[in-house]
Write a protein that binds this ligand. Structure first.
Ligand code: FDA
Length: 322
């Protein structure tokens, strides 16, 4: 139920717009690296110093105007330039909807082309994050079109989708990140049961690892991580063929342990003013993350009234929507 509540809240455009004005609040600063490129590069350098690479995501949701998509593109181009200039170990993750997929396919394609082209000059990899079901096929189409001219691109396979098995075969020649899936999807298209999702997840990871193409195993699930460690050992899969990925601010001890054990480790580093939807989805995945919010309320007395009122407002609106 909490999952549905936070997923609902993540889609609330009004609250998203309000959140942009107030900077990182409600504990979001624990899971979002900064609001601008300068702060983000600082965070990346700190992670790099610990032997951890980064994939940088310029947060953005509800992009329905061309100006907003163009602004997002400019911001991503700035990050690419900064990665190159500061010589940090990082690549880009982006969401096609932020670059105009919900506005016009060709417009989005042109924006993506500009980004991928610039990144290819600097030899920087671009990952197309996967969003909800409606955007799945158009995102694959964008990837296929651009891969006719560029090789520095890859995408994500979400194990909750029934079609993931076909997709992983179809895109087996790409560098792929494999995840369980973060959105609420209908029974028609997706497994609803955690056990089914987890089983499919392991199966997809094993397939892609055996394929020999680079695999990013993006999870905080230690059971999956331990399974992968055993699997690569048993199948002589070298460390340079895969990496583990986790989100910025999550299970940081385990992140460091894996890096110290000699595994490639990459942290997904979100940044920007548009943090609200991302943060709500993290709360949906793991309501225990609410303790970040609670801590914030009790440590910053000056903000507590505002934060609590906002919380009540959020919960009130959500229950009306359901
Ligand atoms: P899950 O939430 O299933 O938890 C399994 C177990 O792991 C828990 O029961 C607990 O024991 C342990 N655990 C999990 N989190 C913990 C924590 N914070 N502290 C302690 N223990 C914890 N999704 C998507 O749809 N499209 C995308 O493009 C991406 N991209 C992406 C990139 C990266 C780097 C990551 C890590 C994730 C994504 N995701 C995503 C999100 C993904 O689909 C998924 O929703 C979340 O990772 C949550 O699932 P997990 O596999 O992490 O574990």
């Amino acid at each position: 139920m909490l999952k549905d509540l936070f997923i609902g809240l993540s889609k609330n455009q009004l609250l998203n717009t309000a959140a942009k004005k107030y900077g990182l609040k409600l504990g979001a600063q624990h899971v979002v690296a900064g609001t601008n490129v300068k702060e983000t590069i600082k965070s990346i350098k700190e992670l790099n110093a610990q032997g951890i690479s980064c994939t940088v995501d310029n947060l953005g949701e509800f992009v329905y105007k061309k100006e907003e998509a163009t602004e997002a593109k400019e911001q991503i181009l700035e990050v690419i330039e900064a990665i190159h200039t500061h010589e940090v170990d990082a690549h880009i993750s982006l969401k096609p909807s932020q670059l105009g997929l919900d506005i016009e396919y060709e417009f989005c394609l042109a924006n993506l082309k500009e980004i991928v082209e610039k990144a290819s000059i600097y030899n920087i990899f671009i990952n197309f994050d996967m969003e909800d079901y409606d955007r799945l096929q158009p995102s694959f189409d964008l990837l296929e079109t651009l891969s006719k001219d560029f090789s520095n691109i890859g995408t994500v396979i979400q194990s909750y989708f029934f079609r993931a098995e076909d997709d992983i075969q179809k895109y087996k020649n790409y560098r792929l990140r494999i995840v369980k899936g973060a959105y609420k999807e209908p029974e028609e298209y997706a497994y609803q049961n955690k056990k089914d999702i987890d089983e499919n997840y392991i199966k997809l990871i094993e397939w892609h690892l055996l394929n020999g193409k680079f695999t990013s195993i993006a999870t905080h699930d230690h059971i999956v991580i331990n399974h992968v460690k055993e699997f690569v050992k048993a199948n002589n899969i070298p460390n340079d063929k895969f990496e583990f990925q986790m989100l910025y601010g999550f299970r940081t001890d385990l992140q460091l342990t894996l890096a110290k054990e000699g595994y490639n480790f990459c942290v997904y580093v979100p940044f920007g003013k548009d943090w609200y939807g991302y943060f709500m989805r993290r709360l949906a995945e793991r309501p225990q993350n609410l303790n970040l919010v609670v801590k914030q309320v009790f440590t910053k007395k000056t903000n507590s009234i505002i934060v609590l009122s906002a919380g009540a407002f959020l919960l009130g609106r959500a229950s009306k929507r359901k």
